[in-house]
Design a protein around this ligand. Structure first.
Ligand code: MGD
Ligand code: MGD
Ligand code: MO
Length: 761
C-alpha cells in the first residue's frame, strides 16, 4: 500500500523553538488580546515581582532578570488575559442545549466569564444571579445533604496555596475527606510510589543540579510542548557535552533539536542545539520491562567488572548504609528473561545494554519523567523502578543527581502540600483541628475515579469544582456526563466556560473567579498568593492586570463565601482570613511546620524551598531507609495476543489539558485538525492499512470513530491519539490499582476501516 497524502499532515523537520515559536506567540496575543494593555502581562511572567506563569510547574532560574521566553506560557497567559467576554448577554443568546453542541475549543474561546450564573431549567438558559443569592442557594443545597460524604470537593492544580488551604478547611469542617484532585489523574503514581521508595512523594533535585549532572534521562515527557522552559536547561546540559538519553515511543521534535529564542546567535544564524544523544523508541507501556532490562544489564556488567578485578559499577556503600531490598531486586532481575524484556519493551538487549553503559559511566545522573510513565495500570511500579535504578549507583542526595518528576499544573504540588488529599494522616488532621477548633473527619475520602463512580451510583449528590473540567479530563466521558447530570448541586468555580459547567443537575451554578494575572484587592489592600513548583520551591505570585470584570471574586473569597453559607455554625473567622492573606499563611504555618516564617520567607525574591528529606539522604520511611522495590513480572497491557496495538493519549502543541488553543500540532506536522491516529508505517503495512485511511479505533466495546491514520516515527505495536478526544476509549475501571491513576496511556486497541467512510462509499 502506498501512503496517501492526508489533509493537514506534513512532516516537520525544523528544530523546536526558534522563529516558529515567536510567530505562534504573536498570533496568540493578536487573537486573544488585540492591542490591549494586557500584552504587557507577558513581560511580568515569572519575574520576582510578577505573577507565576500558569503554564507549567517548571522552576524559574534563581535570578530572573530578563523575561524567560516560553511559547506555551505566552499562550496560557494570552488565553487568560483575552479581551473576549462571556456575560449575561451571551447566555441569553445561547441555551445550554445549543452550547452543548459547541466544540471544547469554541466554548473556552468565547472568553472570560464575567457574572455568577445559575441554570434555569424552565428556559434551558443560564441566568445572572447575585453573589449573595448564589451562595445562599449553594448553602441550602449543601445543608440539605443527608451526609457530608455526599459532597465531592474537586481541585484542579492552578489554585494557590491560600485558596487550596481554605478549600480543604471548608470541606473538612463540613465533614468529608472527599478530595478528588487533578493529581489523581496525573502524578498520583509518584505521590504513592516514591514515599514507599525514598520517603517523599516529590522530586529531589533543584534546577542547579542540572549544571552538575553527567547525564540526564528523559522518560515519557514532552518538554518542547509541555515544559518549554526546560528545553533551555537541557540545551545547557547538551552544550556541556553530557549525554541526554530519551525514552519515548514517539520521536518528539523538542527532544531532538532546539533553537533557543533566548539566544540571539542561534536565532539569527538559524543554528540549533542537539538535545538527545540517544533516542530509544520504547513500546507504549513498555517502561517497566525496559527499566528492568537496564538494571539487569547493569548488574551483569557489574559482575564482569568485579570478576576482572574492578571495583564494580554499583555504589555498594550507599546500598549498605541507606537501603533495604537489594537482594530481592537482584534475584528478580536475575530471573527476568531477556526475551520477555525485549518483547515487552520493544528494544533489543544491546539497546538496553547501551543505556546501562551510559548510566554506569556517568558519575551523577538525573532521571526526569512525566505522564508517559505514570498513566498506566502499572504506573506506580514504573516510578519505583526509576527509583531503584537511581539507588543502584547512589544517585540520590548528592549534587547533580536525583529524580525529577515533571509536574503538571503550576501549583498541583502545592495544593497537595497544604492538605488537598483524600488520604490525610492523623498528625496533620490533629494540627488542623487544633488550629481551628474543629473536628475533621478521619475516614478517608474519594479520589477522582471514586468520586465520579459515587456520582454515577447516586451516592454523591453535590460537586464543587475549584477549577478544572473533570467530566472531560476523566476517563469515559459518557459515564461522567451521566454522573454529573444526576447531581443535586453542581458548582463550577472557573475562569472560562467548559463542558463540565454545562452538565446541569437540579441546581447548577457557575462562579467566575480572578485569574493569576489579575489584581486581587481585599480589605487590607492588594494581595499576593503563593505557589510551589516541581522542585519544592515556594514563591509569591502577584497579579497586576485589571480583572476581566468588576464582579469577579478571588478564589479564597469564593471559598469563604461557600463555607459561610454551608456552615451556619462555623468556627472559622472566614472574613478575617480573606481580608489579609498573610493570616491564611499564618494558619498554614500553624498546621504545617515546614512553612515556618512563611510570610517573611516568601517575601524574599525567589522564595524558599520546602524540606525534601531524600535530597539530604534522610529517608522519611518507617524504618528510616530507602527501599528497593520489586515489580513482579513486566506489565499486563503490552503484547496481548488479541489486541495487537497499544494506544497512548498525548497532548498537542496547541492545548492545555482540556483547553484547546488551536488545531495545530506543529512539531508533529499536523495542521488544522485533531482527529488523527499516529501509527508506525510497518504496522500499517502489516495490517493492510496506509496513511490517510479512515479508521475506527476499537477498545473492547468502546469506539473512537472516524480517525485518519498518520504514519509517524513511533515504536512498533504503538499508536497515539489526542487527549481528551480519545478518553472515550478508557473505562472508569481502567486504572493503576496502587494509585488510582487512570491508564490513559496503555489502551489495548484494534483498528478497523471507519464505518462512516464505508457508509459514504
Ligand atoms: N502547553 C502545555 N503545557 C502543559 C500541559 C498542556 O496540556 N499543555 N499540561 C500540564 C500537565 S497537567 C501535565 S501533567 C504535564 C504533562 O506533560 P507530559 O508528561 O509531557 O505529557 P503528555 O503530552 O501526556 O506526554 C507525555 C509524553 O509521553 C510519551 N509517552 C506516551 N506513552 C508512553 C509510554 O508508554 N512510555 C513512555 N516512556 N513514554 C510515553 C508521549 O509520546 C509524550 O511525549 O504538562 C503540563 N504542561
Ligand atoms: N486521556 C488522557 N486524559 C487525561 C490526561 C492524559 O494525558 N490523557 N491527563 C490528565 C492530567 S495530567 C490532568 S492534570 C487532568 C486535567 O484535568 P483538569 O485540571 O480538570 O482540567 P483542565 O483542562 O486543566 O481545566 C481547565 C479549566 O480550568 C479553568 N481554569 C483555568 N484557570 C483557572 C484559574 O485560575 N482558576 C480556576 N478556578 N479555574 C481556572 C478553566 O475554566 C478551564 O476550562 O486531565 C487528565 N486527563
Ligand atoms: Mo497533569
Amino acid at each position: 500500500m502506498t501512503d496517501k497524502p492526508a489533509e493537514g499532515v506534513k512532516p516537520y523537520h525544523g528544530p523546536a523553538g526558534g522563529w516558529g515559536a515567536l510567530r505562534a506567540v504573536a498570533q496568540a496575543v493578536r487573537e486573544q488580546m488585540g492591542a490591549s494593555a494586557n500584552s504587557r502581562a507577558l513581560m511580568q511572567m515569572n519575574q520576582p515581582e510578577g505573577f507565576d506563569c500558569p503554564g507549567c510547574a517548571w522552576p524559574d532560574p534563581k535570578h530572573t532578570s530578563s523575561f524567560e521566553f516560553c511559547e506555551n506560557g505566552a499562550k496560557a497567559v494570552s488565553w487568560e488575559a483575552t479581551t473576549k467576554r462571556v456575560g449575561p448577554d451571551f447566555f441569553a443568546q445561547h441555551s445550554v442545549s445549543d452550547l452543548w453542541a459547541w466544540s471544547d475549543y469554541d466554548l473556552e474561546d468565547a472568553g472570560r466569564l464575567t457574572h455568577p450564573m445559575r441554570y434555569d431549567a424552565q428556559t434551558d438558559h443560564f441566568v445572572p444571579v447575585s453573589w449573595d443569592e448564589a451562595f445562599a442557594r449553594i448553602g441550602a443545597a449543601m445543608q440539605a445533604l443527608a451526609d457530608p460524604n455526599e459532597a465531592e470537593f474537586y481541585t484542579s492544580g492552578r489554585a494557590s496555596n491560600e485558596a487550596a488551604f481554605l478549600y480543604q478547611l471548608y470541606a473538612r469542617e463540613f465533614g468529608t475527606n472527599n478530595f478528588p484532585d487533578c493529581s489523581n489523574m496525573c502524578h498520583e503514581a509518584t505521590s504513592v510510589g516514591l514515599p514507599e521508595s525514598i520517603g517523599v512523594g516529590k522530586g529531589t533535585v533543584l534546577l542547579e543540579d542540572f549544571d552538575h549532572a553527567d547525564a540526564v534521562f528523559c522518560i515519557g515527557h514532552n518538554p518542547g510542548t509541555n515544559h518549554p522552559r526546560m528545553l533551555g536547561t537541557l540545551r545547557e546540559v547538551s552544550r556541556r557535552g553530557k549525554p541526554i538519553v530519551v525514552i519515548n515511543p514517539l520521536r518528539e521534535r523538542g527532544l531532538e533539536r532546539f533553537q533557543n529564542p533566548q539566544s540571539p546567535v542561534e536565532m539569527v544564524t538559524l543554528q540549533d542545539t542537539q538535545i538527545a544523544s540517544a533516542y530509544h523508541l520504547v513500546k507504549v507501556g513498555g517502561d517497566v520491562a525496559l527499566l528492568k532490562g537496564i538494571m539487569k544489564a547493569l548488574l551483569e556488567a557489574d559482575g564482569k567488572d568485579l570478576a576482572a578485578g574492578g571495583k564494580g559499577l554499583l555504589d555498594r556503600d550507599f546500598i549498605a548504609a541507606h537501603t533495604t531490598g537489594f537482594e530481592a531486586l537482584r534475584a528478580d532481575l536475575a530471573a527476568a528473561d531477556w526475551g520477555v524484556l525485549e518483547a515487552r519493551s520493544g528494544l533489543d538487549r544491546p539497546a538496553m545494554e547501551s543505556i546501562a553503559e551510559v548510566y554506569a559511566r556517568s558519575e551523577r545522573v538525573i532521571i526526569c519523567y512525566g505522564m508517559g510513565v505514570t498513566q498506566h495500570r502499572h504506573g506506580t511500579g514504573a516510578v519505583q523502578q526509576i527509583a531503584n535504578l537511581l539507588m543502584l549507583r547512589g544517585n540520590f542526595g548528592r549534587e547533580g543527581a536525583g529524580i525529577c518528576p515533571l509536574r503538571g499544573h503550576s501549583n498541583v504540588q502545592g495544593d497537595r502540600t497544604v492538605g488537598i488529599t483524600e488520604l490525610p494522616g492523623e498528625a496533620f488532621l490533629a494540627r488542623l483541628d487544633a488550629a481551628f477548633g474543629i473536628t475533621s473527619p478521619r475516614a478517608h475520602g474519594h479520589n477522582a475515579v471514586e468520586a465520579v463512580a459515587a456520582m454515577r451510583d447516586g451516592k454523591a449528590k453535590a460537586f464543587i469544582g475549584l477549577g478544572g473540567n473533570l467530566a472531560v479530563a476523566m476517563s469515559d466521558p459518557q459515564a461522567c456526563f451521566v454522573a454529573f447530570r444526576k447531581l443535586h448541586l453542581n458548582v463550577q468555580i472557573v475562569t472560562k466556560l467548559n463542558r463540565t459547567c454545562l452538565l446541569t443537575g437540579q441546581e447548577s451554578i457557575i462562579l467566575p473567579c480572578l485569574g493569576r494575572t489579575e489584581r486581587d484587592i481585599q480589605a487590607s489592600g492588594p494581595q499576593s498568593v503563593t505557589v510551589e513548583d516541581s522542585m519544592s520551591m515556594v514563591h509569591a505570585s502577584v497579579g497586576r492586570l485589571e480583572p476581566a470584570s468588576e464582579l469577579l471574586l478571588s478564589e479564597p473569597a469564593i471559598v469563604a463565601g461557600l463555607a459561610k453559607a454551608s456552615l451556619p455554625a462555623t468556627k472559622v473567622d472566614w472574613d478575617a482570613l480573606v481580608a489579609d492573606y498573610d493570616r491564611i499563611r499564618d494558619k498554614i504555618e500553624a498546621v504545617f511546620p515546614d512553612f515556618y516564617d512563611y510570610n517573611a520567607r516568601v517575601r524574599v525574591p525567589g522564595g524558599f524551598r520546602l524540606r525534601v528529606g531524600a535530597s539530604n539522604r534522610e529517608w522519611d520511611t518507617p524504618d528510616g531507609k530507602a527501599h528497593f522495590l520489586v515489580y513482579q513480572g513486566t506489565d499486563e497491557d503490552n503484547g496481548r495476543d488479541d489486541t495487537p496495538l497499544t494506544l497512548t493519549t498525548i497532548r498537542s502543541h496547541d492545548q492545555y489539558n482540556t483547553t484547546i488553543y488551536g488545531l495545530n500540532d506543529r512539531y508533529r506536522g499536523i495542521t488544522g485538525r485533531r482527529n488523527v491516529v499516529f501509527a508506525n508505517a510497518d504496522d500499517l503495512a502489516a495490517l493492510g492499512l496506509a496513511q490517510g485511511d479512515r479508521v475506527d479505533v476499537v477498545a473492547g466495546g468502546r469506539v473512537l470513530a472516524d480517525m485518519t491514520l498518520v504514519a509517524h516515527d513511533i515504536a512498533r505495536g504503538s499508536v497515539a491519539a489526542y487527549y481528551p478526544e480519545a478518553n472515550c476509549l478508557v473505562g472508569l475501571e481502567d486504572y493503576d490499582a496502587k494509585s488510582g491513576t487512570p491508564a490513559y496511556k496503555s489502551i489495548p486497541v484494534k483498528l478497523r476501516p471507519a464505518e462512516a467512510a464505508e457508509a459514504a462509499a
